[in-house]
Design a protein. Structure first.
Length: 229
């Protein structure tokens, strides 16, 4: 069973954050975990009172409850999830999220991501990216166009990219547990770079399959070995 008893949702009241709240509720319900809803108030940002957060979470509970069809085996009832709403202040959002997760021994962070690219990403930065890089627990990011929580309740497939590192092994552990929890298919993927750079630069780039023609078979065998570890 996944060691997840506390789920932290970081909110910024955007569309993707609202979608992330739905995912967080669904996961907390299925994992029998408590949900912490965190709003970080930053200078020149949007302000909100804790009471308003509680009210919005309660309204969402009611809305999700009404959407559940009677007898639906994949339905979930968010009403049983204990929710703690917290407002903190910080100069930037990511450090405040990470500090709260550490202080509260959070097991999973859920947050929305705007999916910014290019210059917009460069100038505005990415809270989700910083949290992903620095968090000591798993992080689930949710975009505004991701599937609604009903699809999460009936999760069918998980994709796990594997590069045979220790971190990939840890990710696979969580993926296997989630797949078992939801009865989902688990797909392991290893990408083989087709280029080969020999030690002698003058030799130029070669095709890896010419040097090691059975590389794909070896990778599949290694994936099977990693899965059963």
């Amino acid at each position: 069973m996944l060691p997840i008893k506390k789920v932290l949702l970081s909110r910024d009241l955007s569309a993707c954050s609202e979608n992330a709240l739905r995912y967080a509720l669904a996961l907390a319900r299925r994992l029998h975990a408590a949900l912490h809803v965190l709003f970080v108030e930053v200078p020149q940002g949007e302000t909100i009172e804790a009471a308003e957060l509680d009210m919005r979470a309660e309204a969402l509970r009611e809305r999700l409850g009404r959407a559940v069809a009677p007898g639906d085996l994949h339905a979930f009832d968010p009403g049983g999830v204990p929710i703690t709403s917290v407002v903190v202040r910080g100069t930037t959002a990511a450090p405040a999220i990470l500090d709260y997760a550490r202080d509260q021994d959070v097991d999973l962070i859920v947050m929305g991501t705007h999916g910014r690219r290019g210059l917009q990403h460069l100038f505005l930065g990415s809270t989700a990216e910083e949290v992903l890089r620095r968090a000591s627990c798993p992080v689930l990011t949710v975009g505004s166009t991701d599937k609604p929580p009903g699809a999460l309740a009936a999760l069918q497939a998980l994709l796990v990219p594997i590069d045979f590192s220790r971190y990939a092994g840890e990710a696979l552990h969580y993926a296997k547990e989630l797949a078992a929890l939801f009865g989902a298919r688990l797909d392991l993927l290893h990408v083989v770079d087709g280029r080969y750079q020999p030690r002698f630069v003058d030799a130029g780039l070669l095709a890896l399959h010419d040097v090691e023609p059975d590389i794909a078979e070896k990778a599949i065998a290694r994936l099977k070995e990693v899965y059963h570890q």
